[in-house]
Design a protein around this ligand. Structure first.
Ligand SMILES: [Zn+2]
Length: 266
């Protein structure tokens, strides 16, 4: 498309013949005598070949731009985009659902308006119907393909969202405050803490033993004995326990883990 602009050189305003890029439109003036194009914005002269080269350069640049796929986009933007992607897909789903209905309505209307009036002309009738059915089939196939894509992408995004929610739930669990885990060495250290140092009250030492009233039952006569050599204890009334760890655990009513931590100051 072009038109003559009145002037000294008989200008011809043209669309860039090599380009379909709207930006280039109406910036180029063709001068018949020079057989060249004048770029009104830059003041440069171009031959047709140079314009084509320029155009190829632009196309190459355009192709070099990143064009992320659906999955790459999700990856790039992460959970923040899931909601927006879902909304867009939902409206696309609606659009294709309507397009399916519309396409059938269009075919019905065409039958009424175009096919029915030419029923008396078999040759034209068959050709027109064939054309109509062909177009209809193509449109439906496209709609079905797009619907399938949208459904899959929706399913995919919903699944990602579920996983993200589960991950967040996991993160919401109480945060560990002390990460100093006890080790077997700690258990050994705790075991070796002398029982008499954690015993509330007085122990009466007799050689390699120490006696006291048992703190675990109401004891009148001393039935609690500590064997100092092995650092173990025993209650003759039958209170259960053997060493420092279960003594602390029992007397403070704490778990094995807490007793060990306390005994080795972790
Ligand atoms: Zn006892």
């Amino acid at each position: 498309m072009g038109y003559i602009v009145q002037g000294r050189n008989n200008l011809l305003l043209v669309d860039n013949p090599a380009s379909d890029t709207p930006m280039q439109n109406k910036q180029l003036f063709y001068f018949k005598e020079e057989d060249k194009y004048f770029h009104a914005h830059t003041g440069e002269w171009f031959t047709e070949l140079e314009l084509e080269a320029l155009d190829n350069m632009e196309k190459a640049w355009r192709n070099s731009l990143p064009a992320p796929t659906f999955f790459e986009l999700l990856d790039m933007f992460g959970p923040e985009c899931y909601g927006a992607v879902k909304r867009r897909l939902s409206s696309e789903k609606k659009y294709f659902k309507q397009a399916f209905i519309d396409e059938h309505a269009r075919r019905d209307r065409y039958y009424k308006e175009i096919i029915t009036p030419i029923v008396g002309d078999p040759e034209q009738y068959i050709a027109t119907e064939e054309m109509l059915e062909h177009g209809h089939k193509e449109a439906i196939a496209f709609i079905q393909k797009e619907t399938k894509r949208v459904r899959f992408q929706l399913y995919f995004v919903r699944d990602l969202q579920k996983k993200e929610a589960a991950r967040k739930k996991g993160l919401a669990l109480p945060v560990e405050t002390k990460s100093d885990r006890i080790t077997e060495a700690d258990v050994m250290v705790a075991k070796q803490v002398p029982i008499e140092t954690v015993f509330p009250g007085k122990l009466r030492k007799m050689g390699s033993r120490a006696m006291a009233q048992c703190p675990f039952h109401s004891d009148r006569s001393p039935s609690f004995v500590v064997y100092l050599n092995t650092n173990t204890w025993h209650c003759f009334a039958g209170c259960e326990g053997r060493d420092t760890i279960d003594f602390v655990s029992k007397i403070q009513n704490v778990s094995f883990l807490e007793a060990v931590k306390q005994l080795c100051h972790k």
